[in-house]
Design a protein around this ligand. Structure first.
Ligand code: ATP
Length: 456
């Protein structure tokens, strides 16, 4: 990995159709990004690889695809309605924002138990001014959850939220999975999907946006087994990073200090990555105890437990280990790791050294010259044959062959196949390797197994 700048990455992503600013022709919408033709392929390949590694390749995992909109009681029980909310107060002149509870505490007024109205009243009654000496407005809530209303009537009962994490969709389906699949501990649920957070300051491209995607696992274990399983997941998460091409040398473990742990967590480890803008959280791994299942069981009255046959059929509320992977942060880390520049001056080329399994295009097929019908016809046959097998095969007959190779290098296409005059004689083509720029001559009849081996 080279020291790629965010400008280089953002420019490549826009130029070559990976990622665009959301609603760009209308001036954009802060904190939103749209994946273009190549970006959506890369994203889908990463999702599929994750699903394969963590769901279908394992015997102890089950997939879930829960609704984004959920009963508001889910978010009450999970603590998000209360916990994702900050009381905000605004300086009426400078418009600077402050936490209302902190403003009160600084004046030795205990805000505990106060609702918004009481806080506003306390600010007025005690004549509290902002640090700039101006009056404050009314105290109001700031909740990172996007709130909406379901159906035609807008009242308290119709409130719902765009989920701020995918995790709760798994906890609320725990009983459904236990009743329908009868899993034995340990087992896990995996989900990939959108999450929404009204971040106060979205920044750093797709790193911190308001709409993003998560790939999450809730892994249920017996309480006494949590330490060993937690270690197993550390290993599995590194295995994933190796697979998608995130170098271990750029990943740093951050053990969250006991005093900084979320109230439900007994251990949390963040995996930080050296992004171009600094070392920041890429993934997280948390031991959430049985907090979530207990809370949902209490609030919903559903029996969220498994029956332990080995222990006389006792009911066990399993403990949970949560490995969480931000999909957009994965894409950013993968692109930053893959970005290389080679050559000097006019020969300088960008090479995106993506792992072949996740590259948007697996292969590019070209006729050496586009004005020779024999070459074009032959190349078309090779192209459609490979497309049937490998799906994402692209066609390029623009400009000279050197320029085509550069264009494909820049978007990470691992192999370029050229149909030339020798092909017409002996049914062989050249296969050029993106990373070494070397070429093999391969019989058309052998192309499929030759490439299949490279993508295995
Ligand atoms: P941060 O501290 O960076 O805000 P977080 O600790 O709030 O992140 P989690 O709640 O643990 O994040 O979310 C799980 C994963 O979702 C993160 O590890 C990250 O990869 C991803 N994620 C969280 N917030 C965002 C966001 N605003 N934009 C993109 N990805 C995000």
């Amino acid at each position: 990995m080279e020291n790629v700048s965010m400008e280089q990455l953002i420019s490549l992503c826009k130029r070559r159709g990976f990622i665009f600013q959301g609603s760009e022709i209308y001036g954009g919408l802060a904190g939103t990004w749209d994946y273009g033709p190549l970006g959506s392929e890369l994203k889908r390949n990463i999702q599929n690889a994750w699903w394969k590694m963590f769901v279908t390749d394992r015997e102890d995992m089950y997939g879930v695809d829960a609704a984004i909109l959920m009963n508001q009681n889910v978010w009450k029980a999970s603590g998000h309605v209360a916990g994702f909310t900050d009381p905000l107060v605004e300086d009426l002149v400078t418009k600077k924002r402050y936490r209302a509870d902190h403003v009160l505490e600084e004046k030795n007024i205990d805000p505990k138990g106060m609702d918004l109205e009481a806080m506003s009243k306390a600010i007025v009654d005690n004549n509290i001014k902002s640090p700039d000496g101006n009056a404050f407005g009314e105290v109001r809530t700031f909740n990172m959850m996007f709130q909406t209303n379901i159906g035609a009537i807008q009242d308290e009962t119709s409130v719902s939220y765009l989920r701020p994490e995918t995790a709760q969709g798994m906890f609320v389906n725990f009983k459904n999975v236990v009743d329908s699949m009868h899993p034995k501990l340990p087992f896990g649920l995996g989900q990939i999907g959108k999450a929404f957070r009204n971040e106060i300051a979205p920044r750093d491209f797709v790193f911190r946006s308001r709409e993003f995607e998560q790939m999450e696992i809730e892994y249920f274990v017996k309480e006494e087994d949590w330490k060993g399983r937690f270690s197993d997941w550390i290993g599995a998460m590194y295995g994933w990073m190796d697979f998608v091409g995130i170098p271990r040398s750029k990943v740093h473990e951050l053990e969250v200090a006991p005093e900084d742990l979320a109230h439900y967590s007994k251990r949390t480890m963040d995996f930080e990555f050296d992004f171009p803008f600094g070392k920041k959280e890429l993934y997280g791994l948390a031991y959430r105890t049985n907090f979530d299942l207990n809370n949902h069981a209490e609030a919903s009255k559903a029996g969220l437990y498994v029956v332990d046959d080995e222990n006389g059929g006792t009911k066990v509320v399993p403990h949970c280990i949560e490995p969480t992977f931000g999909l957009d942060r994965t894409i950013l880390a993968v692109l930053a790791s893959a970005y290389h520049e080679e050559g000097e001056g006019d020969d300088k080329r960008v090479v995106l050294k993506l792992k072949p399994t996740i590259a948007p295009y697996k292969v590019c097929v070209s006729p050496l010259l586009k004005n020779k019908p024999d070459l074009v016809d032959k190349a078309r046959v090779v192209y459609s044959g490979l497309k049937k097998v490998f799906g994402n095969v692209t066609w390029d007959d623009n400009g000279n062959i050197g320029k085509r190779y550069r264009r494909q290098d820049e978007i990470g296409t691992p192999y370029c196949i050229t149909v030339d005059f020798d092909t017409l004689e002996n049914d062989t083509v050249t296969v050029r390797d993106r990373d070494t720029a070397t070429q093999d001559r391969v019989a058309i009849a052998d192309l499929q197994p030759f490439l299949a081996e490279k993508f295995s």
